[in-house]
Design a protein around this ligand. Structure first.
Ligand SMILES: Cc1ncc(COP(=O)(O)O)c(C=O)c1O
Length: 400
């Protein structure tokens, strides 16, 4: 048995590609300066590395606007707060789904309770999909924004973002997409009609924790919710209007950006296995995503098939319906989710996640709140067949 079989990639991907570790270490050693805060050669080079990361991420997400509108933050939660609080004012109406992560649910709850913003919460169907027509039916003349995750972190269902974008655009409503679970796994394109795209660095984008971001469409203006130094316009008493400085107050996580930079190049390199090396960054990365998603889903199909043979086990949703990412959640008759995860960890060195996975609305819809949620296993690109063999054999021994 190995020391660790990691099946919690939906929480954070691990390990990262080797070049990510290497570049973070080498760049932090060679360029340990404060980017944008001095005119020194090193500071300019650090600034260039950051700008090239904005450019690569913009292309990665199909954004054809100014790369400076790729704004860095701490994580997806931070990005969603920046977007929602920067956009909404008292009297506005917001539409979310009940499948959202607490990054959206709690933010919406606070906006509703503390800031006088109306919130509608759209229910998923029994498999965990949102019907875009249901979203349209909740729109009012006060609706300012719709926020939806691209995929659920509990049931792995992928939502029809293009259809919702079309509705939002037609009604003049700002459409914000939370790509925490799909960035680096599935193509997602601002050109589909997305106004604000939020991402986190430490999941499928293969960066470290502590870095995330948002892409703010050219027609969208977000009011800053944080104020402070930017290294530019220091005499101005207020936050500068221009991007990224309007939304980036204080020193950036330069090692975090370096991690994303190396990860972007790693995606492109992976894509050269199927595309010509001189193809665009986006084309190379899209080829890499196809390969990554295919690899992960092969693991998930094995896990799902195996779980369906275990009598005491019930999976949430069904792989047969609609598009999914590599997340499988299940419950076990008579054993609490937490206990299953503890046994998997203690007896088989398997790292899974039990509970409500920060998405209580999903569990309400699947009637799993009262039994302490579900066990979630999420293989990643670096999961090996032998890891899955071990997981399946352990599940049989434990629950068969
Ligand atoms: C769908 C979704 N949104 C938002 C988040 C929050 O991400 P972070 O913790 O990086 O802010 C997560 C994390 O699990 C998630 O799965």
């Amino acid at each position: 048995m190995k020391d660790n079989y990691y099946f919690d990639n939906a929480a954070t991907t691990w390990p990262k590609p080797e070049p990510v570790y290497q570049f973070m270490d080498s760049f932090f050693r060679s360029h340990g300066v404060n980017p944008g805060r001095s005119g020194s050669e090193l500071a300019v080079e650090a600034e260039q590395m950051i700008f090239s990361t904005r450019r690569m991420l913009g292309e990665f997400f199909g954004f054809s606007g100014d790369p400076n509108r790729v704004v860095f933050s701490l994580n997806a939660t931070d990005s969603l707060n920046i977007a929602l609080r920067g956009l909404l004012q008292q009297g506005d109406h917001l539409v979310i789904s009940e499948l959202e992560h607490n990054a959206v649910l709690r933010t919406a709850n606070h906006l509703e309770r503390d800031f006088g913003i109306g919130v509608s919460r759209v229910k998923p169907d029994q498999q965990g999909f949102i019907d875009p027509a249901q979203i349209e039916s909740t729109l009012t003349s006060a609706t300012k924004a719709i926020v939806l995750n691209h995929a659920s972190n509990v049931v792995g269902t992928v939502q029809n973002i293009r259809a919702v974008a079309e509705i939002a655009n037609r009604h003049g409503v700002t459409f914000i997409v939370d790509t925490a679970q799909t960035a680096g796994v599935l193509p997602i394109d601002m050109s589909w009609g997305i106004d604000v795209l939020t991402f986190t660095g430490h999941k499928g984008l293969y960066g470290p924790m502590g870095i995330g971001g948002l892409i703010v469409g050219e027609n969208i203006n977000l009011k800053p919710m944080r104020f402070g130094g930017t290294g530019v316009d220091s005499a101005s008493p207020f936050q500068p209007d221009g991007y990224p400085h309007a939304l980036e107050a204080g020193t950036l996580s330069m090692p975090g950006v370096a991690g994303l930079n190396a990860a972007q190049k790693w995606f492109a390199e992976l894509g050269t296995n199927t595309e010509a090396a001189d193809s665009s960054h986006q084309t190379l990365c899209r080829a890499a995503l196809e390969h990554i998603h295919h690899t992960e889903m092969a693991h998930v199909e094995r896990i799902w098939t195996h779980l369906s043979t275990l009598k005491k086990v019930t999976t949430l949703g069904s792989l047969a319906d609609g598009e999914h990412i590599a997340v499988v959640s299940f419950t076990v008759d008579g054993i609490a989710a937490q206990q299953v995860a503890e046994m998997l960890d203690a007896d088989y060195h398997i790292c899974a996640r039990a509970g409500l996975q920060c998405a209580p609305g999903v569990h309400e819809n699947f009637n799993t709140t009262g039994i302490g949620g579900a066990v979630r296993v999420s293989p990643g690109y670096f999961t090996e067949q032998t890891d899955v063999d071990h997981l399946l054999a352990s599940l049989t021994e434990l629950l068969g």
